[in-house]
Design a protein around this ligand. Structure first.
Ligand code: ADP
Ligand code: MG
Length: 729
């Protein structure tokens, strides 16, 4: 099998007539039209097979391979009725985006012809030659096999003519090579740990779901202008460009009227998303010009992650129909707000309870406090890891900049919840027993049963904010696969819930009443995880100093932030929970460092090319015009007058010379620095050099280019400027 047969998902989409629903066609009519969801399973599968499959999906019971043939046959029948001719195993390698290899539904019929076929074997497992995907050294080329294996918990769907089957991707020796495999394990771990804790409060609970509601921010740029910016095209961001005279100072974009062409893009996108079963709900303008947001109703985490990957592909495809390109990069424009993908996260039970939401009874609220405090503990203990889980070369431009969560993980709780936690922490043990007792609470918190956590109490500077019935992990980048953050968070919470239960059970074993034991452990936890709680301004300089004092991870270098994955406590956490072993974590870090280096390497090359081929020649040409002008003026005027009239141009000539010389010298220096860096064998060391030496050179060269942009004749400047990229729709 050749490597070329893999394509990123967006190239699989072909332009075809848009099916616009008639007014009679409500979203409820076409929602999930292209998804092999339960109703289709019911229709296309024998009832016994349906029951077994649903049991696997709902209860995580091991898939009975004997049903695979029937499921494949049912899926094929449905897909072919929908016009599909091909199928693919759809997976999330450790790159951005998804991968797929399309095969037609055909086999030889033994009589010289072909017949449409799709066997259970092909549904369940495939062996792609996956050596072109990053694996961090887990697979040697002689052992280049990887398996993709069907994930029945995320339904198959059709894109154009292809049935896409969500799969995990693992190596021949069983290590995960993707995001989905560890995510499924992490979700399983948090499910089990949370069910065990839930049982203190409610014996009916059999399953706990991890929920994710992502908010996707993005920019739209006119297609023609985009094509004229090689930096946007090749790196996803502008490597140069002076501030526009107007940008977001007036703050007139946020929640403003959506421009017509954008609205028509959004509508089209939403219809296509709905057909793929993505429950998109919210759309609005964002803070920066040409920046927008899209959010669905939250879903079970694995499905939500798949849906986010799909929507990013859809956005790329549909933006083109409307003459736009979508920018998913975290920081396409310097000095303008970047894009995030807030991950709204919570846990909920199969009995319909949201565990992060306060309830009506004391017991409900004790359960609420239990889950809040355990989450805070997990975030506190693994704050460095959580930061690593959202770090990348691209998100680094956003984190710590003024509009984004800072590069320090802390949690905002709001006034009410902070008060409640403060209360519990400062209460004496006896009082807590009182809380537990039938006589009511001595804690002066009889209002707790009425607790309505105020959803409007927001802090936009917090990277991990409590928002009423969930936490909003705001540090996640717009381009990221949410799975990375969700693996770290769910595993950390699972680990903490297990420890919590162990401590509570130990107290109960000593004769402590259950509620008193729970409160006692909560009280200790509140005290321990205090440093993670911060309701103040996360953008302030004082917070940086304060966070360092509190012992929170304040590292800002992305290659060093990745070290968090290999700290003993991280390895222990992932290994104990059976999610990833040390070898896998090391391999993944190799991939992370390598990707980091490559991104900066590409940017450096593109900037070098643009500087030498666009900027310096144009600046020199303009400078020559100025020189000619100065000489001609000398012929026209007596010396005194000439000097006076040509003084400014003489200054400009020199300024241009200063900038172009700096650019030429430093592009050369950057090439030399890269040559030295590229010789470093260790991926970590190489990434560190790229971070410390080469990334700053990009910024310095840019500074001089941006100065030239202000000087050089606008007619000559070959690249569209910020004012055009950001304001032309
Ligand atoms: P914001 O005001 O933060 O911009 P949005 O309405 O844009 O909020 O998005 C909020 C997201 O959070 C939506 O995807 C929503 O479905 C999701 N959400 C709401 N409640 C929960 C919950 N309990 N768990 C997870 N996600 C949730
Ligand atoms: Mg929002």
């Amino acid at each position: 099998m050749s490597k070329l047969r893999f394509r990123v998902v967006e190239t699989a989409f072909k332009k075809k007539a848009i099916e616009v629903p008639t007014p009679e066609e409500r979203p409820s009519e076409y929602f999930a039209k292209y998804v092999f969801n339960r109703s289709k399973m019911f229709k296309y599968l024998p009832s016994k097979v349906f029951d077994k499959l649903i049991d696997t999906i709902d209860n995580g019971s091991t898939l009975d391979r004997s049903i695979a043939g029937d499921v494949a046959a049912g899926m094929k029948k449905w897909a072919m009725e929908m016009g599909a001719t091909h199928y693919t195993h759809w997976f999330h390698p450790l790159t951005e985006g998804t991968a797929e290899k399309h095969d037609a539904f055909i086999e030889h019929d033994g009589k010289g012809g072909v017949l449409e076929d799709f066997s259970g074997k092909l549904l369940v497992q495939q062996e792609p030659d996956a050596s072109s995907f990053p694996n961090g050294g887990i697979r040697n080329t002689f052992e280049a096999r990887g398996y993709t294996a069907w994930d029945p918990s995320s339904p198959a769907f059709i894109v154009d003519d292809t049935l896409c089957i969500p799969t995990i991707f693992i190596s021949y020796t069983g290590e995960s090579l993707d995001y989905k495999a560890p995510l499924l394990k992490a979700l399983r771990a948090v499910d089990k740990a949370a069910v065990d804790v839930c049982r203190y409060f409610n014996s009916d609970v059999k399953k706990v779901f991890s929920y994710l509601g992502w908010e996707q921010e993005y920019f739209l740029v006119d297609e023609g202008l985009y094509a004229a910016r090689p930096d946007l095209l090749l790196t996803g961001r502008t490597l140069m460009g002076h501030d526009s005279a107007k940008n977001q100072q007036l703050e007139d974009h946020y929640f403003g009227a959506i421009p017509t062409r954008v609205a028509s893009f959004m509508k089209d996108l939403e219809i296509e998303a709905m057909k793929l079963g993505i429950p998109v709900k919210t759309r609005h303008n964002e803070v920066a010009p040409n920046q927008f947001e899209l959010a669905p109703i939250f879903e079970e985490c694995n499905l939500a992650v798949d849906h986010n990957m799909l929507i990013m592909a859809l956005m790329r495809k549909i933006s083109r129909r409307h003459g736009f390109r979508v920018l998913l990069h975290e920081k396409p424009f310097k000095g303008i707000n970047g894009s995030g993908k807030h991950n709204n996260w919570s846990l909920g039970t199969d009995t319909g309870l949201l565990l992060m939401a306060p309830g009506k009874t004391q017991e409900d609220n004790l359960r609420f406090i239990t889950f809040i405090v355990n989450t805070l503990m997990a975030v506190y203990k693994h704050n460095g890891l959580l930061k690593a889980s959202i770090s990348s070369a691209t998100n680094a431009h956003r984190l710590g900049a003024n509009e984004a969560p800072p590069a320090i993980i802390s949690s905002f709780l709001g006034k009410q919840l902070s008060q409640v936690l403060g209360y519990i922490e400062n209460s004496k043990k006896d009082e807590l027993v009182g809380f537990a007792g039938k006589q009511g609470m001595k804690l002066d918190i009889p209002q707790i049963p009425e607790l309505m956590i105020d959803n409007t109490d927001r802090n936009r500077t917090s990277p991990f904010a409590f928002t009423g019935n969930r936490f909003e992990f705001r540090a996640v980048g717009s381009e990221a696969n949410c799975a990375s953050a969700m693996i770290a968070l769910n595993t950390a919470v699972a680990e903490q819930l297990i420890l919590f239960k162990k401590d509570v059970d130990a107290l109960i074993a000593k004769g402590e009443p259950k509620v008193a034991a729970i409160l006692e452990v909560i009280r200790k936890c509140i005290n321990i995880c205090k440093p993670i709680h911060f309701d103040g301004n996360g953008y302030s300089e004082e917070w940086k100093a304060e966070a360092a004092k509190r012992g929170l991870d304040c590292e800002t270098s992305v290659p060093l932030i990745f070290d968090n994955y290999l700290k003993p406590e991280t390895i222990a956490m992932f290994e104990t929970a059976g999610i990833m072993n040390k070898k896998e974590l090391e391999a993944r870090n190799e991939v992370k460092w390598e990707t980091y280096t490559k991104k900066i390497q590409i940017e450096a090359r593109v900037l070098g090319d643009l500087a030498m081929n666009h900027i310096v020649p144009v600046a020199t040409q303009y400078q020559t015009d100025l020189i000619n002008n100065v000489y001609k003026m000398k012929d026209l005027y007596p010396d005194d007058k000439w000097k006076k009239l040509s003084g400014k141009n003489m200054e400009l000539i020199e300024e241009i010379a200063d900038h172009t010389t700096y650019i030429q010298e430093n592009v050369d220096a950057m090439v030399e620095a890269r040559k030295i860096a590229n010789k470093i064998e260790c991926e970590r060391e190489k990434a560190i050099v790229y971070h410390d030496k080469i990334a700053p050179m990009l910024e310095e060269i840019r500074y001089h280019i941006d100065k030239l942009e202000l000087i050089v004749d606008n007619q000559m400047w070959t690249l569209p400027k910020y004012r055009e990229l950001l304001f032309i729709r």
